[in-house]
Design a protein around this ligand. Structure first.
Ligand code: DMJ
Length: 468
């Protein structure tokens, strides 16, 4: 194992050990106050950091830690909870985490748990259009829209980020209902008229019409686009509808949102009813990797163009890191009023251990083997160690431009699931979870490509899925 891969493992072990000491069974660790955080995103479900970490621990070969996590899931993950859960968050973290744990290890218990949980999500689809609402009570099955979403609408990045997990739920249960639910969403989105070919972020689950014309590749839109291309890849390149929707969406994005700054940086702006907002969120930085993994299946004459676009976006996102005092990137950066990849508002300067920039480094490394992606990943390791590591875990910071950092006291579960996993894969050989065989859900949980001839409900795989 190379020294840099080892660094990823020791960071994971440090994050995990502290979670275990101070927050075991809670959703996240609060590393400054050394206690646990539960929050209200998962409707009474607990142990988000455990479920999100199962595959990372396993892949890294942290087997004692993985066994502790597995035992907790078996004995203490109580799915009979009664609170208000985000359908999206439960799906990407719990369903995704349990599915990948099952596929990597072949442990039947994970399959039982994930099928039990999957069933509890189905009532969210009982709306006039079948577009699910954002919030569901896992006990009663009642669902409703987020109070902050305009006019009772559902969010594109939420109802559009169910496909990969739901197709696997159908595979494992031999029950087509999950696939039917997400195919119905797909059908509606494919059919509905789109302004300039773009997908707005808010849709009414009652009328099936767009509610506002705000378009973003960052928050509220992001993973919908990611799941189009990944649905195609996960189907062993048979899902032509997903493929066509992805490339048409990308064409509209390029025509309307992709911009070049005066300093030559390529970025994806946001769109508000035809008016561009020259801002890119940290969340939108996943798109370097997305455009990269989709490059090969585009029209032959556009392949190099897509790869170039992916590299340019990843470069811009790296710039948002390298232009800060901490070498970590802000939540959102702008390209107006003289700004070039920097945050101008105080409220955009925080970094909460998000993965998207490192995620794009990992994909671009695998696709090009250009050493700069590993160099950039290593800069991020050093910055995380210097500014986010505290006595009892890793913490987000409030201002990436401040020389003396102020910590937010939260070790997000996606730091263990995504940030540290992508860093580890960036410094590992390509045959660890090869991209031809595995697709990562939006929380970085690997799901196998479905090859009708050999999957059929079997857990386990012949690929290299763990460190020796
Ligand atoms: C993760 O939970 C997922 O990557 C999601 O798609 C977006 N936000 C966080 C990480 O930033």
């Amino acid at each position: 194992m190379c020294k840099k891969t080892h660094a990823g493992v020791s960071m994971m072990k440090f994050a995990w050990d502290n979670y275990k000491s101070f927050a075991w069974g809670k959703n996240e660790l609060r590393p400054l106050t050394k206690n646990g955080h539960i929050g209200n995103m998962f409707g009474g479900l607990r142990g988000a950091s455990i479920v999100d970490s199962l595959d990372t621990l396993y892949i890294m070969g942290l087997i004692d830690e993985y066994n502790d996590a597995k035992e907790w899931v078996e004995t203490s993950l109580d799915l009979n909870s009664n609170g208000e859960a985000s359908l999206f968050e439960v799906n990407i973290r719990y369903v995704g985490g349990l599915l990948s744990a099952y596929y990597l290890t072949g442990e039947e218990m994970f399959k039982r748990k994930v099928l039990e949980l999957g069933e509890k999500l189905l009532p969210a689809f009982n709306t006039p259009t079948g577009i699910p609402r954002g919030v569901i009570n896992l006990g009663s099955g009642t669902s409703w829209s987020w109070g902050w979403a305009s006019a009772g609408s559902s969010i594109l990045a939420e109802f559009g980020t169910l496909h990969l997990e739901f197709v696997h739920l159908s595979e494992l249960s031999n029950n087509p209902i999950y696939t039917e639910k997400v195919m119905n969403i797909r059908r509606l989105l494919n059919k509905i008229e789109k302004p300039h070919g773009l997908y707005p972020n808010f849709l009414s689950p009652v009328s099936g019409n767009w509610v506002q014309h705000h378009v973003s590749i960052g928050g509220l839109g992001d993973s919908f686009y990611e799941y189009l291309i990944k649905s195609y890849l996960m189907s062993d390149k048979t899902d032509e509808e997903a493929k066509n929707m992805y490339y048409s969406a990308l064409e509209a994005i390029e025509a309307n949102l992709v911009q070049k700054s005066p300093g030559g940086l390529t970025y994806m702006a946001e769109w508000r009813g035809g008016i561009l907002d020259h801002k890119m969120g940290h969340l939108a930085c996943f798109s370097g990797g997305m455009v990269g993994i989709g490059a090969d299946d585009g029209a032959p004459e556009k392949r190099q163009h897509f790869l170039d676009l992916a590299a340019e976006i990843t470069h811009t996102c790296h710039e948002s890191y390298s232009r800060s005092a901490t070498k970590l990137g802000p939540e959102a950066f702008r390209f107006d009023g003289g700004a070039e990849a920097t945050a101008t508002r105080l409220s955009d300067r925080y970094y909460i251990l998000r993965p998207e920039v490192i995620e794009s480094y990992m994909y671009m490394w695998r696709l090009t083997h250009d050493p700069k992606y590993r160099e950039w990943g290593w800069e991020a390791v050093e910055a995380l160690e210097q500014h986010c590591r505290v006595e009892a875990g890793f913490s987000g910071i409030r201002d990436v431009y401040a020389q003396t950092v102020s910590h937010d006291n939260m070790q997000q579960s996606f730091f263990l699931s995504e940030t540290l996993k992508y860093l580890y894969l960036l410094f590992s050989d390509d045959d660890l979870l090869p991209l031809e065989d595995w697709v990562f859900n939006t929380e970085a949980h690997p799901l196998p490509v479905i090859r009708k001839s050999c999957l059929h409900g079997e857990g386990g795989t012949h690929d290299k899925t763990t460190s020796e």
